[in-house]
Design a protein around this ligand. Structure first.
Ligand SMILES: C[S@@+](CC[C@H](N)C(=O)[O-])C[C@H]1O[C@@H](n2cnc3c(N)ncnc32)[C@H](O)[C@@H]1O
Length: 422
């Protein structure tokens, strides 16, 4: 946070007693959103004794919380507060609760959350009955975290403590863990933004280089030799070394994170697995995953079976990119060793978007084939092709549509004209 006024307003708000803070946030959340200045003036009229910087902080909270709630990232009922960066980096509540449930099922009684942020993971650990010490380096974020844990856990008998400190200080995590009921897990969710430029001056994006995370991945790795159980959060593109168990998590169309564990929690199908979460409780879909550990190895360690095109073409959710063999089982196979598209006689495997195959035809003849099928709009799915969507769209000559698609899969000579199965 750069603006001193904004920081001071936010910190004052975080330190306001729970009941009063909740009332202020609730009234800010109910104000019209279109004109922030008018909202500040309304708050100043309604609360003449309130510091003007707190009124501004409340309107900033209103904007951040409503936008975050729209994306399913945070609760906007007046219990939670955030910073702009804190919201961007926070775990999704649904994902944090899954992680906390897995730790609880592993018998963990306490967690040292080494990089607590605004406290979404700490909250989930406490909700699942664990003692929590939340460590956060940034003093303002730490204030927000403490306010959030007090407010969001006021309905349960939770044991949480928030400490402003650098988790990499020698012996800090160990001494905190010693004061907690065991078994204790250490959880790290490193920051992946705003890290310093590497000494070579390169502009590589920090989120792609685990050594530029804060704390760096080597620090997370080193915790394994000091603690019985270590868990960490990494981006969905992350592939941990073979020493770690992990679960890639998908929500809607995205891979949201790679949850990493020093030991696979009970119930894991394999050391590595992938899960597609759903908004309906207990209806997640999980498959075992294989991990490519050798750097030169670009596909899954156990390749899925490959075979000829069947009546249906399947597009597995991206979170299952390392799970194709498990997902195909005995009823489906990949269309080519280099492709993630699968094919089957029945569109029944879960976690897959299914299409009925209408015709396999050279790209040049797709427009004619579509015309013969009475199709006048198609989606183009060509992520595995070297040709761009715009190039293919131009050569196919049809507008975008939902019901039908043209698929250009790696390794296949022909394009596939398909119809979505609902
Ligand atoms: C990705 S966020 C954590 C989000 C958190 N899990 C949540 O769901 O709200 C990482 C946080 O770690 C903090 N951080 C980074 N390096 C740290 C360190 N060495 N010690 C303690 N906190 C650190 C950052 O300030 C940031 O707030």
């Amino acid at each position: 946070m750069e603006d001193d006024q904004a920081v001071s307003g936010l910190v004052q708000l975080a330190r306001t007693p729970l009941r009063e803070r909740h009332a202020l946030l609730t009234s800010a959340l109910s104000l019209p959103t279109l004109d922030p200045l008018a909202a500040v003036n309304t708050l100043r009229r309604e609360h003449p004794d309130l510091d003007p910087s707190v009124c501004s902080a409340l309107v900033t909270q209103q904007q951040l919380l409503l936008a975050g709630a729209d994306r399913g990232l945070i609760d906007a009922t007046g219990l939670w507060m955030t910073t702009p960066v804190g919201l961007e980096q926070a775990s999704r509540p649904q994902v944090a609760l899954r992680r906390a449930s897995l730790l609880a099922s592993a018998g963990i009684r306490s967690v040292v959350d080494a990089t607590a942020g605004i406290g979404v993971d700490s909250h989930a650990f406490a909700r699942r009955g664990m003692h929590v010490v939340a460590v956060e380096k940034d003093p303002v974020t730490s204030e927000v975290c403490a306010a959030n844990l007090t407010a969001s856990l006021s309905d349960v008998d939770a044991a949480t403590n928030v400490i402003t400190a650098d988790a990499t200080e020698p012996d800090l995590l160990g001494s905190l863990a010693q004061q907690l009921p065991s078994p204790v897990a250490v959880f790290v969710d490193p920051s992946r933004r705003g890290s310093t430029r590497p000494v070579d001056g390169s502009r590589a994006r920090p989120e792609r280089d685990p050594e530029r995370w804060s704390p760096p991945w080597s620090f997370v790795d080193s915790l394994r030799s000091h603690f019985d159980f270590v868990a960490a959060k990494a981006p969905g593109s992350f592939v941990p070394s073979a020493a770690w168990a992990c679960e890639w998590l998908g929500v809607r169309d995205h891979i949201v994170e790679c949850s990493v564990y020093s030991t696979a929690p009970p119930g894991f199908l394999a050391t590595h697995q992938a899960t597609l979460l759903s908004s309906v409780p207990d209806s997640e879909i999980t498959y075992a995953a294989e991990v490519p550990h050798a750097p030169s190895h670009s596909s899954s360690a156990q390749p899925p079976p490959v075979g000829p095109l069947e009546d249906y073409l399947g597009e597995p959710h991206p979170v299952f990119r390392h799970s194709l063999a498990a997902l195909c089982g005995t009823t489906a196979h990949a269309v080519h060793p280099d492709s993630h598209w699968i094919t089957s006689a029945q569109p029944t495997i879960e976690g897959v978007r299914w299409y009925r195959l209408l015709q396999s035809v050279p790209v040049k003849q797709i427009a004619n084939a579509a015309h013969d099928h009475g199709i006048d709009a198609v989606a183009i799915k060509c992520r595995e092709s070297r040709r761009s969507i715009s190039e293919l769209r131009e050569s196919i000559g049809l507008p975008d549509g939902n019901r039908y698609a043209v698929v250009v899969a790696a390794g296949l000579d022909n394009a596939l004209l398909v119809e979505r199965v609902h």
